[in-house]
Ligand binder design. Structure first.
Ligand SMILES: [Zn+2]
Length: 402
């Protein structure tokens, strides 16, 4: 494999343009338009660019579908399954109003927002890939580019895409991370769950015995979860995972209970469970459900009446782990060596669009592309890693065999 020289100035200009374009999760229309313009400018024909209708299936308002681009093969093979290059278009809400500024080999932010390198770096890598392939007429198999929506708010674009909309895909390369030579080949699975605890209000000073405290039910359940070793980092019989309670409040996200002299009649709890072992994710969630179901029986009013607990959970995403020997991993590693680096294979405790791609039957690895301190107002982009990711994408696409 020979490595390829990329027009890094053009790549950085693209990235600056994408960083300056708003597009928080669910509101991707503006960034999708700028990416489309940028693709057209580098010679991608309009008919090669389309949107799917995933947004019609996503259960929260989403401005557009996923953006899909098809580039026919050049040289041999012209047809056959494609290589998929993918990334997400959206940024976290904290990025609204970002003002990117070039500072040497970094891009920093003049506004007190997050910058959006997660994941405009990936967007710029994919457009740069198209630009380089077209400009230098590099040989490559059929290529599909996928820019997903709503990754940050729950991997929705990847989850709700129809794999048939992508055509026949051999393997996928996702760009979403920090170091270009880090290859993520596995990720945890997760459940999200919520609990509605209904007690009964009463004057806490005059007739506390007539009340049923939803707060007390919550506290007993949490104590049982903790005592059983199911809170935070979870290790049970050699199986590992994590869990958390992320919010406790009323139904509207405000304080559960309003006054010190009223027995709290309602508490709403939201939490999550994670593990690389799909069965263990469910076991952790079940431990919470059992604890709440048990706790509600322990709190009674003067008439022996109990409160109610409604526990609902949904699988957020599935865990996956590719084999080190999988063809997609081999191709990734070979390309990294071709650009003069050593690949580092990793598994992550966060969810990625790749979780859903693998679930859809498409083996997917994820590279970094220069993100740093994401989801914070200290976020910045490392242009050394961004440039390496651009070079890596071109190398993956234009060398090697399917
Ligand atoms: Zn991301």
């Amino acid at each position: 494999m020979a490595s390829t020289v990329v027009d890094t100035n053009a790549a950085i200009a693209r990235l600056m343009r994408f960083l300056a374009t708003p597009g928080v999760t669910g509101q991707e229309a503006a960034i999708a338009k700028v990416i489309t313009e940028s693709l057209r400018e580098v010679g991608v024909p309009a008919k090669a660019i389309r949107f799917d209708d995933a947004n019609s299936r996503i259960p929260v308002p989403t401005e557009t579908g996923n953006l899909i681009v098809t580039l026919p093969g050049v040289g041999e093979p012209k047809s056959g399954p494609s290589l998929l290059f993918m990334t997400h278009m959206d940024t976290v809400p904290l990025c609204a109003g970002a003002q990117p500024r070039l500072a040497g080999k970094k891009i920093v932010n003049d506004a007190t927002t997050a910058l959006g390198g997660d994941n405009r770096t990936g967007c710029a890598v994919l457009v740069t890939l198209a630009a380089e392939l077209i400009q230098h007429k590099l040989p490559h198999p059929p290529i599909t580019l996928l820019f997903t929506v709503r990754e940050e708010s729950g991997l929705f674009g990847a989850k709700h895409l129809h794999p048939s909309d992508l055509g026949k895909v051999a393997m996928a390369f996702n760009f979403d991370g920090r170091v270009a030579s880090d290859v993520t080949i596995g990720a945890v699975g997760a459940d999200r769950w919520e609990v509605e605890i209904t007690g009964k209000a009463s004057h806490a000073g005059v007739h506390p015995e007539r009340g049923i405290s939803a707060t007390l039910i919550f506290a007993l359940a949490l104590a049982e979860v903790h005592a059983g070793g199911w809170f935070g980092k979870v290790v049970q019989d050699g199986r590992e995972g994590t869990s958390n309670i992320g919010s406790v409040g009323n139904a509207h996200g405000q304080s559960a209970g309003e006054a010190t002299n009223v027995v709290t009649d309602f508490v709403h709890v939201r939490g999550e469970s994670r593990s690389h072992d799909a069965k263990f994710v469910r076991a952790i969630t079940a431990a919470y459900k059992n604890a709440f179901t048990h706790a509600v029986t322990q709190v009674v009013d003067a008439d022996g009446k109990k409160g109610k607990v409604k526990f609902t959970s949904r699988q957020d995403y599935h865990p996956f782990r590719l084999k080190d020997s999988a063809p997609v991993v081999a191709r990734a590693a070979e390309a990294i060596r071709a650009i003069g680096r050593e690949p580092t294979l990793k598994v992550t405790n966060g969810g990625l669009d790749a979780n859903w791609m693998v679930k859809h039957g498409i083996p997917t690895v994820t590279f970094g592309a220069g993100q740093n301190e994401i989801h914070t107002i200290k976020e910045w982009v490392d242009l050394i890693e961004f440039e390496a990711a651009c070079q890596l994408a071109v190398t993956v696409a234009s060398t090697g065999s399917l």
